[in-house]
Design a protein around this ligand. Structure first.
Ligand SMILES: [Fe+2]
Length: 376
């Protein structure tokens, strides 16, 4: 049965139509209205405490009206009254994803990015939360930032990472040391050239943000290489749209096997975010497993994969620079592809100390420092 509430609210079987302050009329489902009643949320924990699973019957309004900028609903079979602010309703009227201040447009960059790269002094990050906000913003927009003036201590890495998240371990532990190892388990732990890659695609959830704290770099060679996978993928989509679709949709197997571990996971070479925008890439030739896709499918996949890999190596995209002692490069491991030129292990010391955090925590830090949230 349909009914008309006060102020033009139209009650329907499963929801109601409500006029919003901007002149639109929008439909809202009764379950949604009851579940998201402001009283459903505990003001202290800020968590939902209303249990919609415990309702015996489907929520239904018996009357509804607008007063004082709120939609007021009386519910059938219950003494409960919901007062829902109209501006909250307006935000959900079109079925669009919740607005997110951390959903910043990513800006692709090319080989000339080094002088323009966002830089932050460690002492400023320690002293000023606004500086941490700007750093996390740069990470969301550019996917990379250079920190300077880190103390030459083991703790400096985790303490710095802790400013925007919690260190999350990998199967190498809480952190890792990039220097020549006597029995290397990874190409990074040798003095050989390290081809462009993202780290640990063999993990279920490949690390989100990578930190590399340079403790020493006095060797000949060993320059760092960084490429914005987003810039390459965007050009690739323009020039090879069918190949692009293949790299977005094909599960590629990755592995990392040694005496005490046998990691395996599947990833897409080009990654899209929840809005369908390119968010970056996951790629590593030295961790790519033997492709086990149907051989016929490889007739198309391999040429596309190689075209992308070659494009990634184009000088147009390649930012080369020397990482100096006391600097820490921080980058989105699902977007920025990195590598290293070979170096002479006997010519001096080269020592980077690395760790990871998740991207979700970094976005959380940015939202908090940007002053956004439903409970502000
Ligand atoms: Fe790496």
């Amino acid at each position: 049965m349909l009914g008309t509430g006060d102020a033009g609210v139209l009650l329907q079987e499963e929801g109601l139509d409500v006029p919003l302050t901007d002149g639109r009329t929008a439909y809202f489902n009764y379950y949604w209205l009851r579940d998201n009643c402001p009283s459903s949320f505990d003001p202290e924990t800020r968590e939902r405490v209303f249990d919609i699973f415990a309702e015996d019957t489907a929520p239904k309004a018996v009357s509804a009206s607008i007063s004082g900028g709120e939609l007021e609903i009386a519910w059938a079979g219950s003494a409960h009254v919901t007062r829902m602010p109209l501006d909250r309703l307006a935000a959900y009227a079109n079925g669009e994803k919740r607005a997110d201040v951390a959903n910043l447009p990513r800006v692709p960059w090319l080989s000339d990015h080094y002088p323009k790269m966002a830089r932050f002094a460690h002492k400023d990050l320690i002293a000023d939360q606004a500086c941490v906000r700007d750093w996390s913003r740069a990470m969301l927009v550019d996917g990379i930032a250079l920190l300077t003036g880190l103390p030459d201590t083991d703790d400096a890495l985790k303490d710095t990472a802790g400013l925007i998240g919690h260190v999350r371990p990998s199967y190498f532990g809480q952190d890792f040391e990039v220097k020549t190892h006597i029995k290397p388990t990874n190409l990074a732990f040798t003095s050989k050239a390290l081809p462009l890659h993202t780290d640990l695609p063999d993990e279920d959830l490949a690390p989100g943000v990578q930190f590399l704290h340079c403790r020493a770099n006095s060797v000949e060679g060993g320059n760092s290489l960084f490429v914005d996978g987003l810039a390459v993928a965007a050009d690739f989509r323009e020039q090879h749209p069918e190949d692009f679709e293949l790299l977005v949709s094909t599960d590629v197997p990755y592995y990392c096997e040694h005496d005490t571990f046998d990691m395996r996971a599947r990833q897409h070479v080009i990654e899209l975010d929840e809005y369908g925008n390119i968010s970056g890439v996951t790629i590593s030739q030295h961790h790519a497993d033997i492709f086990d896709m149907p051989q016929q499918d490889l007739n198309r996949f391999y040429p596309a994969f190689c075209r992308f890999g070659r494009m990634m190596r184009d000088e147009k995209y390649m930012m080369r620079f020397r990482l100096n002692a006391g600097e820490c490069i921080v980058f989105d491991n699902h977007r920025i592809v990195h590598g290293r030129a070979a170096y002479s292990a006997t010519s001096g010391d080269r020592h980077l100390r690395g760790c990871y955090i998740d991207r979700g925590e970094m976005r959380s830090t940015y939202r908090v420092l940007a002053g956004e949230g439903r409970f502000k």
